[in-house]
Design a protein around this ligand. Structure first.
Ligand code: SF4
Length: 721
C-alpha cells in the first residue's frame, strides 16, 4: 500500500529477532509502516541495530505472510473464514476432549508471544485442563535455568548488558554473540576498549566472536566442566580465589576443591585438548582482571550434561568473587526476543506463571488471582491411575515437554482413552526446525487427528508433513501489530507500542485465544478479572495488571503498564529527571525495568539491574550461595546429574557423544576418512568450514579442507546429505 503523504508518526517498539531488546523506532504514515531506525539513545542498542534488527519492517511486511485462515482438503489448501476455522477446529477438539480427555490436545506456545499473551496462553491451557504446554525455552536454556537457579536462586542472567561496561575481563564460553546477539558484542567491545578488559572466548569452532578475542581457547565439545575445573585447579593452587567472599557467602566450596584436585593439568589437557600452558594463562588472566563477567549461550546448554556445565560456570565466578558486583555475574544470552518472558510467565509443562510449580498451593494462589473456584478448575483436569493403583490428579503433574508429544502419538495411539495420548497438536508460534527427532515428528504429525499451526508465516510446522486433510493454518499478527511488554535476556521489561493495525486477516494471539475460549465455553470465567475492549479483545494493560497481582516470586509486580510506557517514552529522550521521579533507576545507565521490581505501595521500585548485591550482609538479606556441584560420589564414580563422564568413562580423551560415536563406529583405528573427519570435527580438532586448498594435516588446528573435500570423503556432503 502506498502512503499518501500524511503526517509521519513515530512509534517505539522492540526488535523481535533476539533477546538483547534493542529499540525499534518505526515511522508510520497513514497507517503504513514506511521506515525504521534504531533507538539511537537506547542503552540497549548503543546507537545501532544489527542486520537482523534492521530488517524487522521487511520481516513484518514479508510477502510470505500467511494472509488468511487456510485448511487442507484432499491435499489442496483452501481459504476459509475465521468463523469457519474456529468452529471446525473447536468442534474437533471438543470431540477429542470428550473421547480422550483434555491432555489429548497439546498446546505448544511460543517465545514470540508478548508477556501478556504468554500469561494468557498458560492460563488458557489451565482452563482447558492440561499442563501439556511448553515453548522454545525447553530446547535452549532449560539446563541454564536449572543450573543457575540451583546456585543463585533465580534462573536468569544476573547482570545487565550495559553492566558489561564495568567488566575488567570477559569470559565467553559456548556463545557467539557476534552472530547470535550482535549488538551485545558492542557492549563487550566497549569494556575491551575502555577498561582494556581481556576477552577470552572458549569454543570448539573459531567463530566471528573468537576473531575479537585476546585469547581463543579451542576445546572439545562436552568438556566444559573439565576445562572449568582445570582453570579452578590453578586458581586454588595459587591461592587466587576470593577467600573472604568464600568464607562469608559461599557454602560447599570444599567439595569443589576436592573434586578439582583430581583435575590435574595433564588430565585436563587430555580431556579438553587445551594445552596446559593455555589453561594456566586463562586462570591467571581471570584472577588478575576482576571483576569479570562470564557469558554463555547454547553451546553450553545443549548437552546431556548441560546442567553440570552451567553449574560449573557459576562456581568459577564464585571462586573469583565475581558475583553480586557490577562488572561480574553469570550472564546468559537467551535466544528469542521474549524467551525470558515466556519462561517467567510459565509457558512450560512444569510451572505456573512466576515459577510457582504445580503444587496445590501454587494452584490455589493463581485461582485466587484469577478469581476462580479451585474445585471447578480441578474438575477441568484429568486423573490418571498411578502404578500404585491410586488416582493421580494431572493438575499437579508435569505435562509432556516439547518433543515428548511425539511419543504421545506414536506409542499411545491404539488406546484413545489414555490421558497421555496426544491426538491434536497446536504449534502456536513454534517451528521445530532446531529440534531433534524431526523424522519421528513428521510421522507423528501425520498420525494426529488434527494439526493446527498459528503463526504469521506458513512455517516448517505447516509444511514438513504430508497430510492431505485435518491441518489448519491460522494467521497470527506480529508483535508490531499489537502492543504489550517483553522481557529481554537481562530481565528488563520494556513496552512495545502498536506500530500498525494487524495486516491482512491476521489477528493478535490474545484475540485468537479469546475466540477459542469462547468456543470452548470458558471465556467469561477466564477473562472475568480482565477488562475487555470489545467482545473478543481483552485489554493488554488489564492482563499486565493481573500478572502484576500474582507474580510475587520473582518481582513482576512493580512494572505496571503506566510505568513501562513512561519508561519507554523517557528512556530514549534521556529525561532522567522524569524517569527518576517515577521510580526509574537511581544512577548510571538505564536498563529497562528488570525484575525483581517490587510493587510497593508508592510503585517506585526501580527494578534490579544486578542481582545478589554483595554490599548487603547475609544477615540483612544478602544472599549466600551454594557452590556444591550437582553430583554425588559413589566410590570412584561420580553420579552426575547429567552424567558427565569421568574416570574410566573417559577413554582416549573423547568425552560424551564423541566417545559414543567411536564405539558405534567400532573404534579399531581403521576408520574411513569420512568417519575420522567427522570425529575430529565433532571433537573440535578441525574447523567446520572447508575454506582453503591446504591439505588436511593430522589433527589440524586450523581446519582447512581440500576444495574437493566432499568427493574425497566418499561423495557425501554431510552438511546437506
Ligand atoms: Fe535485534 Fe538482537 Fe540485533 Fe538488537 S542485537 S537489533 S535485538 S537482533
Amino acid at each position: 500500500t502506498a502512503a499518501t503523504g500524511g503526517t509521519i508518526e513515530v512509534k517505539k517498539s522492540v526488535c523481535t529477532h533476539c533477546s538483547v531488546g534493542c529499540t525499534v523506532i518505526a515511522e508510520v504514515q497513514d497507517g503504513v509502516w514506511i521506515g525504521q531506525e534504531p533507538g539511537w539513545d537506547s542503552p540497549f542498542n548503543l546507537g545501532s541495530h544489527c542486520a537482523k534488527g534492521a530488517s524487522v519492517r521487511e520481516h513484518a511486511h514479508g510477502e510470505r505472510r500467511l494472509k488468511y485462515p487456510m485448511k487442507k482438503v484432499g491435499g489442496e489448501w483452501q481459504r476459509i473464514s475465521w468463523e469457519q476455522a474456529i468452529d471446525e477446529i473447536g468442534d474437533q477438539m471438543l470431540k477429542i476432549r470428550e473421547e480422550s480427555g483434555p491432555d489429548s490436545v497439546y498446546w505448544l506456545g511460543s517465545a514470540k508471544h508478548s508477556n501478556e499473551q504468554a500469561y494468557l496462553f498458560r492460563k488458557f491451557a489451565a482452563y482447558w485442563g492440561t499442563n501439556n504446554v511448553d515453548h522454545q525455552a525447553r530446547i535452549c536454556h532449560s539446563t541454564t535455568v536449572a543450573g543457575v537457579a540451583n546456585t543463585w536462586g533465580y534462573g536468569a542472567m544476573t547482570n545487565s548488558y550495559n553492566d558489561i561496561h564495568n567488566s575488567r575481563s570477559i569470559f565467553i564460553i559456548g556463545g557467539n554473540p557476534a552472530e547470535a546477539h550482535p549488538v551485545s558484542l558492542q557492549h563487550v567491545l566497549k569494556a575491551k576498549e575502555q577498561n582494556n578488559a581481556p576477552l577470552i572466548v572458549c569454543d570448539p569452532r573459531f567463530t566471528r566472536t573468537a576473531a575479537h578475542a585476546d585469547e581463543y581457547v579451542r576445546f572439545r565439545p562436552g568438556s566444559d566442566v573439565a576445562l572449568v575445573w582445570g582453570i579452578l585447579w590453578h586458581i586454588f593452587e595459587n591461592g587466587w580465589e576470593d577467600q573472604e567472599f568464600l568464607r562469608t557467602r559461599v557454602w560447599g566450596m570444599d567439595e569443589i576443591r576436592t573434586e578439582v584436585a583430581r583435575w590435574t593439568p595433564d588430565e585436563v589437557e587430555r580431556v579438553t585438548g587445551v594445552p596446559e600452558s593455555q589453561v594456566a594463562r586463562v586462570a591467571r588472566t581471570l584472577a588478575n582482571n576482576r571483576p569479570g563477567t562470564l557469558i554463555w549461550c547454547m553451546g553450553g546448554t545443549q548437552h546431556t550434561n548441560g546442567n553440570n556445565n552451567t553449574r560449573a560456570y557459576c562456581i568459577l565466578q564464585l571462586a573469583l568473587g565475581n558475583m553480586g558486583v557490577a562488572g561480574g555475574g553469570t550472564n546468559i544470552f537467551r535466544g528469542h526476543d521474549n524467551v525470558q518472558g515466556a519462561t517467567d510467565l510459565g509457558v512450560l509443562a512444569d510451572t505456573l506463571p512466576g515459577y510457582y510449580g504445580l503444587t496445590a498451593g501454587a494452584w490455589a494462589h493463581w485461582a485466587r488471582v484469577w478469581g476462580e473456584d479451585l474445585d471447578w478448575l480441578k474438575g477441568r483436569f484429568a486423573t490418571m491411575k498411578g502404578k500404585d493403583g491410586k488416582d493421580k490428579e494431572m493438575m499437579g503433574l508435569s505435562g509432556i515437554t516439547v518433543s515428548r508429544w511425539i511419543d504421545g502419538v506414536l506409542e499411545a495411539k491404539e488406546n484413545i482413552e489414555q490421558p497421555d495420548n496426544t491426538r491434536a497438536m497446536v504449534f502456536w508460534g513454534h517451528a521445530p526446525n532446531s529440534q531433534t527427532r524431526l523424522k519421528e515428528m513428521k510421522t507423528a504429525m501425520e498420525k494426529l487427528d488434527l494439526l493446527v499451526v498459528v503463526d504469521p508465516f506458513p512455517t516448517v510446522s505447516a509444511v514438513m508433513n504430508d497430510r492431505t486433510d485435518g491441518v489448519y493454518l491460522l494467521p497470527a499478527s506480529t508483535q508490531f501489530e499489537t502492543r504489550g511488554s517483553v522481557t529481554a535476556s537481562n530481565r528488563s521489561l520494556q513496552w512495545r507500542e502498536q506500530v500498525v493495525a494487524p495486516l491482512f486477516e491476521s489477528l493478535p494471539d490474545h484475540i485468537i485465544m479469546t475466540k477459542f475460549a469462547k468456543k470452548f465455553g470458558f471465556a467469561d470465567r477466564m477473562l472475568r478479572n480482565i477488562e475487555m475492549e470489545d467482545d473478543e479483545t481483552p485489554s493488554i494493560e488489564s492482563i499486565t495488571r493481573e500478572f502484576n497481582r500474582g507474580m510475587w516470586t520473582i518481582g513482576y509486580t512493580g512494572q505496571s503498564p503506566e510505568r513501562l510506557k513512561l519508561h519507554m517514552e523517557n528512556q530514549h529522550t534521556f529525561d532522567k529527571t522524569t524517569l527518576r521521579a517515577n521510580g526509574g533507576p537511581a544512577d548510571g545507565d538505564f536498563y529497562g525495568m528488570p525484575w525483581p521490581c517490587w510493587g510497593t505501595a508508592d510503585m517506585n521500585h526501580p527494578g534490579s539491574a544486578n542481582l545478589y548485591d554483595q554490599s548487603l550482609p547475609v544477615a540483612e538479606g544478602g544472599l549466600p550461595f551454594r557452590a556444591r556441584f550437582g553430583v554425588e560420589r559413589d566410590g570412584d564414580n561420580l553420579l552426575a546429574d547429567g552424567s558427565y563422564p569421568v574416570g574410566s568413562e573417559i577413554q582416549d580423551g573423547y568425552p560424551e557423544f564423541t566417545m559414543q560415536m567411536l564405539i558405534d563406529l567400532g573404534w579399531d583405528g581403521d576408520l574411513t576418512p569420512y568417519e575420522r573427519r567427522m570425529i575430529e570435527y565433532v571433537a573440535g580438532y578441525i574447523d567446520a568450514r572447508p575454506e582453503t586448498d591446504t591439505d588436511l594435516g593430522e589433527q589440524s588446528q586450523t581446519g582447512p579442507y581440500p576444495s574437493d573435500w566432499a568427493e574425497q570423503i566418499g561423495g557425501v556432503n554431510w552438511k546437506t546429505d
